[in-house]
Design a protein around this ligand. Structure first.
Ligand SMILES: Nc1ncnc2c1ncn2[C@@H]1O[C@H](COP(=O)(O)OP(=O)(O)OP(=O)(O)O)[C@@H](O)[C@H]1O
Length: 262
């Protein structure tokens, strides 16, 4: 369960996230949407305690009732990976090109003490199976450049869920993928959230994507919440002009023929 209250972020005296609040229940699927520069990524980074140098967060971020804001980095590092799994846009930059897929899949388990040396390979294969990578026994010995973009993002999702975190944060995880692969990765998120009962926070600028994976949405503009509610209502009756713009953009992209890049 995640509770964010009156969260603000200032960088160089400029307030780039301003009083954001939302709650995600256990097993809930929550979306944050907004145009480029609206504060989506900084909201996520503030939750993770990974804000850039010079950025200051105020307010409250509670995970299962425990306050995360203001915690020492040492404690946050233990929480990230173990209790919060993250997936970002570009798996090529988040994966290490010099390490096998298997090593990277089990790394969170090693870091957080959840696997014996002799069991690492089997654990990696199980994770590869969980995220439906092809030929799990073989793929764990390959390197990131030997996989397709969609397969690499499956690896990133596998790493994120390795320790069975209660919260999964995804920031534009399908934006770099083509439409068919995007749909497969969205299905994967949906299935994993259902199977593990994790709460999901999914950030994107694309309402069409959000409507496939989340039930409730918050709309950000210039760092502020301008609208929030069930995704079905937001899609059918947007109240704010920013939301109406996002709905129109989502309709326009879904009219494109299958397989055409967005
Ligand atoms: N390191 C930084 N230093 C100064 N300003 C920053 C920094 N990172 C972000 N900002 C500013 O904060 C605001 C919010 O940025 P943020 O990255 O959260 O937006 P976003 O909604 O995630 O956009 P995008 O979809 O383009 O990633 C923007 O105006 C941005 O220019």
């Amino acid at each position: 369960m995640l509770d964010v209250n009156d969260l603000s972020v200032e960088i160089g005296g400029r307030r780039v996230v301003d009083g954001v609040g939302f709650s995600v229940a256990t097993g809930g699927r929550f979306g944050i949407i907004g145009e480029s520069g609206s504060g989506k990524s900084l909201t996520m980074l503030a939750i993770l305690g990974l804000l850039p140098e010079g950025a200051v967060a105020t307010g409250s971020v509670r995970l299962d009732g425990e306050e995360l804001l203001g915690r020492p980095e040492r404690q946050l590092a233990r929480i990230r990976g173990a209790r919060i799994g993250t997936v970002f846009q570009d798996p090529l930059t988040s994966l290490n090109p010099l390490r096998t897929i298997g090593r990277q899949l089990v790394e969170p388990l090693e870091l957080h003490g959840g696997v014996r040396r002799s069991e690492r390979r089997a654990a990696a294969v199980r994770l590869a199976e969980l995220v439906r990578l092809p030929e799990p026994e073989q793929i764990v010995d390959r390197y990131p450049h030997q996989l397709s973009g969609g397969q690499r993002q499956r690896v990133a999702v596998g790493i994120a869920v390795a320790c069975r975190p209660g919260l999964l944060l995804a920031d534009e995880p399908t934006t770099a993928l083509d439409v068919t692969i995007q749909a497969e990765i969205l299905q994967l998120f949906g299935r994993l959230v259902d199977e593990t009962d994790a709460s999901l926070v999914f950030v994107t600028h694309d309402l069409a994507v959000l409507s496939e994976v989340t039930t409730d949405v918050l709309v950000l503009a210039h760092g502020r919440v301008v609208e929030s509610g069930p995704v079905t209502r937001i899609l059918s009756a947007p109240e704010h002009e920013v939301t109406a713009g996002l709905v129109a953009a989502a309709r326009a992209t879904s009219w494109q023929p299958e397989g055409e890049a967005r």
